[in-house]
Unconditional design. Sequence first.
Length: 419
Amino acid sequence: MKTARLSRFNLIFIADTAYSLHQWMILTLLIKWSTPLNIGYFNYSLAITAPIVMFCWLNASTILTAERAGLTNFWLFIKTRFSLLSAGVFVLLGVYYFFGEADILLLTLLVYLNKYMESFADLAYGFLQGHTAFKEVAVSKIFRSLLNVSGAALVLFTTHSIHGFVLALIAGNLIMLLAYDLPTIRRIGRGFDNQALDLRYRSGKELFLKAMPLGFVALLIALNANIPRLFVGHAIGTEELGYYASIAYLLVLGSLFIHSLIAVLLPNFSSETGERQSLPELRKLTRSMLLMTNVVGILLIVGAIFFGKWGLTIFYNASFVQYHLIFVLMMVASLFFYNSTVIQALLTGFQQFRIQTISIFGSVVVNLIACSLLIPLYGLYGATIAYTLCAVTQIVLLLPALYRSLYPRDVTLVVEQSS
């Protein structure tokens, strides 16, 4: 059992590492072969599109994974997401009218189209993971990463066009979807049906209504990540946003391990089949997960302090060294966000959804207030502090619920001892 779990962890970790590194390398290509202004425009487009895209996604891939969907379910989810993302274009144009930077409408639409393509890969991964096809997911993510990075690098190096750069990403995602993901899904899901899901989601409307709370939570999460970027872009400038967003993306260094850890250990908390482990075992597992999370976070902070200037020069270029302190503060913020991510995952295992919505909404409010007050006064330092306060708010609101789940009042001593 432990060997199988370790094997799954290795596959998931490899796949997530490849996918996250390819996103980081895409950003690095812009830094190496473009200008800070173009980087700022690209990240500003991402900040505008991300909340809309995340809501339209409805976190549906989680449903496909958790409930082991059949091919009929998968095609229904595809059609629903296609309809929502198509309608989302009009919402995007409205948001752009009020918050968009001048002359980046075409870039914003291209970034949205790239997310359009990525969304179908997201559903494919959810479906395949539900059928424990981790090897296929790893292969897809690795080859998608190689194709996107090589294509984007070639276009950017030869043309220096940020629009061509995004078009290369769109083409790479489309090629992988048609050449590998869809054929693999047909092969893995051939002959498999999930009648329970067929009855639960008989139409796109039913899927939307039932999954809308998940979409709302995803929207809030995307807002939390992008509120500081929008404020930085408006209050300080698009070029400064390029520096800030590039450094903020280094949070992915630790999240690779955290998300792989969650993906492997979270099933122990599932109560859907009545196979949840005993509370003492879950408490031990919770302590282990939080301990590993904090060790990773602290090591990143220490690394940022002593090797941050060297790392920023190697990863990006010498102009980033002036933001070394921002980098250190960002790693401090990451420690809190990693803990928040693990606590949310644990509460998901305990079927505690409402408190997560409340905590994320509360952190969005804190984020908005902190950004509006701190960024005009302290610039990028204010943005980083606001981001940290956002994570701390989530932890403060979530911890009591986790404690009540691990130490319920209605569990008697006899039950505890017998477990």
